[in-house]
Design a protein around this ligand. Structure first.
Ligand code: CAA
Length: 388
């Protein structure tokens, strides 16, 4: 029985900052961002948006199609948790009207945890093939102002149905892993922004790719040349281009730099204008490939490299299913991205400084989202969400 990704939908905030405005304030060349890190815009959540509202907006079209009874489990991957105890997925469960017999859990391991969720979801589906698992990854990437990470912020959520006989991607069971206790990027409980050793993190990313790939080669009969496309974790799009050339070098690939770029370029289009969305970013990259590649991808094999700082990495693979193009949400995604509003640098700072209160009083959130779900306020330490 084949198991894999049956449907994919994503959501991002309607606000974004063009990185040329950040460069202007910093008095540097905007091409450091446009070309050097390969990022153009970064999404900023509205005051009444968070990982819950973005997740519910991403998942709504999937739940509307399959119905609530089909979903046995919601797995919510995030590193922007809103509560140390309660899963953000439980709020989403109510907003989407899922049944009380659907289990919900939150998973964390930096940007990697959506991949763990998918692998666990595949096992659940293998045991109960008539049901589907809803995997959601939702994050707000936030660094301190004035740090090297600032230009790599962003926000987004992706929702995927994992099912038997999937309509988009059949996932292969063999995976390669690499886990190592390192401090390249982390966010202690008392901080709202991540700490990062930027250059070191890119080095660990590449080393983890090598190790995860070596493990993958031990357990799988597939080789580098069996893959037509590669989806990498996307903290910024240049990282994927560098990673792919690194993997090609390890495999002594004869492909030209131009051909190697072609193997990743369609995965980069959305992230370049959304920014980092941590757990969601590689899967928004997959949506970008499926929705933007001019060639028919049916039967093509895709390699995935998922990386979560700290660090856990996984290389896995999948085959695109014939007829996949009929089940995509490309038009809706394009419309959403084109309808976004640009903010000035001053408005960006206002959004950046709009953080959650800590005193338990009543805080009403100003409206800003154009999505279906909003966080209306926080009262006595309880978050209140509504469907508009
Ligand atoms: N025109 C064109 N290119 C330019 C340029 C210009 N005017 N000015 C600079 N550049 C190039 C540089 O040459 C450099 O290219 P190379 O990497 O090929 O040498 C690139 O732009 C970036 O410049 P710097 O190295 O000077 O950039 P920086 O040190 O200020 O920041 C960074 C880079 C460290 C990655 C920073 O963005 C950062 O800290 N980001 C957050 C951490 C991160 O994303 N790490 C990724 C791995 S960890 C992970 O993946 C988990 C996660 O999601 C966070």
């Amino acid at each position: 029985m084949s198991v894999g990704i049956d449907e994919i939908s994503f959501y991002t905030s309607n606000y974004f900052l063009d990185l040329k405005n950040l460069a202007m304030v910093q008095e540097i060349d905007p091409d450091k961002y446009y070309q050097g890190i390969g990022q153009e815009k970064m999404g900023m959540p509205a005051p009444d948006e968070d990982v819950v509202t973005m997740a519910a907006n991403a998942a709504l079209p999937l739940v509307e199609r399959v119905g609530t009874d089909a979903i046995s489990t919601v797995m919510f991957a995030t590193e922007t948790g809103i509560d140390q105890s309660k899963s953000a997925g439980v709020y989403v469960h109510r907003l989407l009207g899922l049944t009380s017999r659907c289990r919900v859990v939150e998973l964390k391991q930096a940007c990697y945890s959506a991949t763990a969720a998918i692998q666990m979801a595949c096992a659940l589906v293998a045991r109960q093939p008539e049901k589907k698992v809803l995997v959601i990854a939702s994050d707000v990437a936030r660094y301190d102002l004035g740090t090297s990470g600032e230009a790599t912020q962003g926000c987004g959520a992706v929702a995927m149905l994992i099912a038997a006989s999937p309509r988009l991607v059949e996932l292969d069971p063999e995976v390669g892993n690499h886990t190592e206790d390192v401090m390249d990027f982390w966010r202690p409980n008392y901080r709202s922004t991540a700490l990062v050793d930027g250059k070191y993190s890119t080095k660990i990313y590449l080393q983890s790719l090598k190790h995860a790939w070596e493990h993958f080669c031990e357990v799988s009969s597939l080789a580098f040349n069996d893959f037509q496309h590669f989806c990498y974790h996307l903290p910024f799009t240049r990282m994927a281009q560098k990673a792919h050339k690194h993997l090609a070098r390890i495999n002594r690939s004869a492909l030209s730099p131009e051909l190697l770029d072609l193997q990743v370029e369609d995965t980069l289009l959305y992230n370049r204008i959304i920014g980092n969305s941590y757990t969601a970013s590689m899967y928004i990259g997959l949506a970008s490939l499926l929705e933007n590649c001019k060639q028919n991808l049916a039967g093509k094999r895709v390699g995935f490299f998922s990386y979560g700082s700290g660090s856990v990495a996984e290389f896995f693979s999948g085959k695109i299913v014939a007829g996949y193009e009929k089940y995509l949400h490309g038009d809706r995604h394009q419309t959403m991205l084109e309808a976004r509003s640009e903010v000035s640098y001053e408005e960006y700072l206002e959004l950046y400084n709009d953080t959650d209160p800590v005193d338990g009083g009543v805080h009403t959130k100003t409206e800003g989202t154009t999505g279906r779900f909003r966080l209306v306020g926080i009262s006595h330490h309880k978050r209140e969400y509504i469907a508009c």
